[in-house]
Design a protein around this ligand. Structure first.
Ligand SMILES: Cc1cc2nc3c(=O)[nH]c(=O)nc-3n(C[C@H](O)[C@H](O)[C@H](O)COP(=O)(O)OP(=O)(O)OC[C@H]3O[C@@H](n4cnc5c(N)ncnc54)[C@H](O)[C@@H]3O)c2cc1C
Length: 287
């Protein structure tokens, strides 16, 4: 099986990947599979599926992974907050049986209804999970990276040291949190390389098709929205015009990231193919 970290290296082209989340009901499920099929038509190098912190959507995540992995290289996200070693090992085994290409090893955050989950769990950081996956399987392991610094971290140098520890423990690629400027990515890259990190760091990009939605996502993730983009949203005379401006912004960001040396682009689809495809095509990532 192709290694996620090696995808398209031989041809020196950026990878294209799409992120999905497990659907909550039947209508959402049908939308997900429709979008997944449409996105497969542009031959992504891999897809990934999120996993609820605390294991809230464990079965739904596993069943989506199971079906996707039969059709395309699939990365299963896995969080360890609040979890025991034994239960996490069981999930790792189930991912392995489903045929995933890699696990994205994440800590996750304590759920709102269980704020002490992190303190109660056996695995305290994503580094513990990277190590556990390495002990239990030969699966490839990816990790998260933060262009605007992890909210609990004192600074980017600290994050980069942690990233280096994860690489030394076996991680072979990283995918970033969403962000909106090429400088955020190049600063992260420079800091990580200075700390000795050599693995590919793939930027996660959100198609900007809905101004309100993007402002909410940015608030949740702590990503700063550039004044330029806010000014564009404010000057838009209609939702259609705001969408056009947002998509043009995301397209230029994607083109600039590839020009700055990004090894690939990971598109957060929100389970909808329309804007994800539009972005991938406009940025020249489709095959
Ligand atoms: C691409 C991507 C995908 C994601 N997918 C999901 C998902 O599917 N489900 C979900 O619930 N969440 C997901 N998240 C969110 C993620 O779980 C949170 O951002 C979480 O707060 C941090 O996860 P982490 O894996 O970076 O944790 P950690 O690496 O454990 O880091 C958490 C904090 O602890 C510090 N730290 C870690 N290890 C050490 C150490 N050894 N020494 C000192 N300090 C340390 C870090 O600097 C950081 O401040 C995703 C994030 C990204 C970027």
């Amino acid at each position: 099986m192709t290694a996620v970290s090696q995808a398209r290296k031989a041809v020196d082209e950026p990878t294209l990947s799409f992120e999905f989340f497990p659907p909550k009901d039947e209508i959402a499920e049908s939308n997900l599979w429709n979008s997944f099929e449409k996105l497969l038509e542009v031959f992504p190098d891999y897809v990934s599926v999120t996993y609820g912190a605390g294991g809230s959507n464990r079965e739904r995540s596993l069943s989506v992974v199971d079906r996707m992995a039969k059709q395309v290289l699939t990365v299963g996200h896995l969080t360890c907050v609040g979890a025991s070693r034994a239960s996490t090992t069981e999930i790792i085994r189930r991912f392995e049986s489903a045929g995933v290409g890699a696990i994205l090893a994440l800590r996750g955050d304590s759920p709102k209804d269980d704020p002490d989950a992190l303190a109660k769990g056996e695995l305290k950081t994503a580094l513990d999970l990277v190590q556990l996956v390495g002990v239990e399987t030969s699966l490839e392991v990816g990790v998260a990276a933060f262009p605007e610094v992890h909210p609990e971290s004192p600074n980017m140098e600290h994050d980069s040291k942690v990233l280096k520890l994860k690489e030394s423990a076996g991680a072979t690629f990283a995918v970033t949190q969403l962000f909106f400027t090429v400088e955020a990515y190049t600063n992260l890259l420079a800091s990580a390389r200075a700390a000795g990190v050599t693995m590919p760091i793939v930027p996660g990009v959100m198609p900007i098709s809905n101004a309100k939605q993007i402002l909410r996502m940015a608030e949740l993730s702590g990503a700063a929205i550039p004044d330029e983009l806010i000014a564009q949203f404010e000057s838009a005379e209609s939702e259609d015009e705001a969408r056009e401006m947002g998509m043009a912004y995301a397209t230029q960001l994607t083109i600039d990231l590839v020009a700055a040396g990004a090894p690939g682009i990971h598109i957060f689809t929100l389970n909808s193919h329309v804007a994800a495809l539009e972005l991938a095509r406009a940025a020249g990532l489709c095959r």
